[in-house]
Design a protein around this ligand. Structure first.
Ligand code: SAM
Length: 282
C-alpha cells in the first residue's frame, strides 16, 4: 500500500533561523551545526522508513536534523541542553503539530527508556564527541537485552567510528569494538566531511548505525566489560599478565584452549565472550 504524501510546511533556511535567534555556535556545548538539508535528509534516512516511528533525537540544536526527521513523518522527542534552542524548536513543533516534544536538559541524566511510554524507538544524534561516546557506552551496556531502542544512528569523529567497527588484530580494535559488536551490529553508514559543519571541526566525522543482535546466553555484560577492561588495559602484554588480576581468568583461558601468550588485540569478539561466559556465575 502506498501511503499518501506527508504535508510539508514551509520552513525558513536554517541559517536564517540561526541569525533570527542569535544562535552562534558555542564551543563549550560542542556545537557544530549542519545546514545542508540534503545531507540531513540522507542522515535521517539511515535507519529506514520513519513514518509513524518514535525517534529520540539528542542535541537537536537549531533543529536541522529534527526537521529532516519530522519531514520523514517521525514522532520525535528531542533532548537539548541549550536554552537558546528552545524558541526555534518550538517553531518547528508548531509547524509539525503533534510530532515534536522538546525536553530541555542533559541527555546524560535522562534515561531514554523513561520516554515513549514503553514503546520502541530509534535514536539519532549529532552530539559533541565526548557526550556521544558516553551515551553510546550507556546504551550498549545494560544487562537487559534486547534494548528498547531499535537502532542507534550517531555521528562520531571518524577515528572513533573506525574503533567501533574495528576487526580483531587492527590498531583500532579494543573495548569499544567488543562492546559494540558482541550483541549488536555496527556499521559506518556515511562519512561526513568536516566542511559540512558550521563551524568546521578539526577532524572528519562519520555516521555509525547500530542494530541490536542476539545476545549469547549466560554472559553478564558487566563481566565481559571486566575482561576487556583488564585485557586492553595492558594491550601490549600477554594475556597471562593482563588477566592475572581477574579471578578465574587464567583457568578460563586454559579451559577454552586460548594461548595465554596471546595479546588482547588478537582475540576475536567471540573469544572474549567465551571467557566472560566461563567467568559468569550460573
Ligand atoms: N543536531 C544539530 C545539528 O546537527 O546541526 C546540532 C549538533 S551540535 C554538534 C550538538 C548539540 O548537542 C548542541 O546543540 C548542544 O547544545 C547539544 N548538547 C551538548 N551536550 C548535550 C547534552 N549533554 N544533552 C543534550 N544536548 C546536548
Amino acid at each position: 500500500m502506498t501511503l499518501p504524501p506527508l504535508p510539508q510546511p514551509y520552513l525558513p533556511p536554517l541559517r536564517e533561523v540561526i541569525n533570527a535567534h542569535g544562535l552562534f555556535a558555542t564551543k563549550a556545548l560542542g556545537q557544530n551545526f549542519l545546514f545542508d538539508e540534503q545531507l540531513l535528509a540522507r542522515i535521517a534516512a539511515i535507519p529506514g522508513a520513519l513514518r509513524g516511528q518514535n525517534v529520540l533525537e539528542v542535541g537537536p540544536g537549531p533543529g536541522g536534523l529534527t526537521r529532516a526527521l519530522l519531514r520523514a513523518g517521525a514522532n520525535v522527542t528531542a533532548i537539548e541542553m541549550d536554552p537558546r534552542c528552545m524558541a526555534p524548536l518550538a517553531e518547528l513543533a508548531d509547524a509539525f503539530p503533534g510530532q515534536l516534544t522538546v525536553i530541555q536538559g542533559d541527555a546524560l541524566k535522562i534515561p531514554a527508556d523513561s520516554l515513549f511510554a514503553g514503546e520502541p524507538y530509534a535514536i539519532l544524534a549529532n552530539l559533541p564527541y565526548n557526550v556521544g561516546t558516553m551515551l553510546f557506552t550507556n546504551w550498549l551496556s545494560g544487562e537487559s537485552w534486547p534494548p528498547r531502542w531499535t537502532s542507534l544512528t550517531l555521528m562520531f569523529q571518524q577515528e572513533v567510528a573506525e574503533r567501533i567497527v574495528a576487526g580483531t588484530d587492527t590498531d583500532g580494535y579494543g573495548r569499544l569494538a567488543v562492546l559494540a559488536q558482541w550483541r549488536a551490529t555496527p556499521k559506518i553508514a556515511m562519512r561526513v566531511h568536516r566542511s559540512a559543519f558550521t563551524p568546521p571541526p578539526k577532524v572528519m566525522s562519520a555516521m555509525v548505525h547500530v542494530t541490536p543482535a542476539a545476545m549469547p546466553e549466560g554472559v553478564s555484560a558487566r563481566m565481559l566489560e571486566r575482561v576487556t577492561e583488564a585485557a586492553f588495559g595492558q594491550r601490549r602484554k600477554m594475556l597471562r599478565q593482563s588477566l592475572k588480576g581477574l579471578p578465574g581468568a587464567l583457568a578460563a583461558l586454559e579451559t577454552l584452549g586460548i594461548d595465554a601468550a596471546r595479546r588482547a588485540e588478537t582475540l576475536s569478539v567471540a573469544e572474549f565472550v567465551a571467557i566472560a561466559q566461563v567467568l559468569t556465575p550460573a
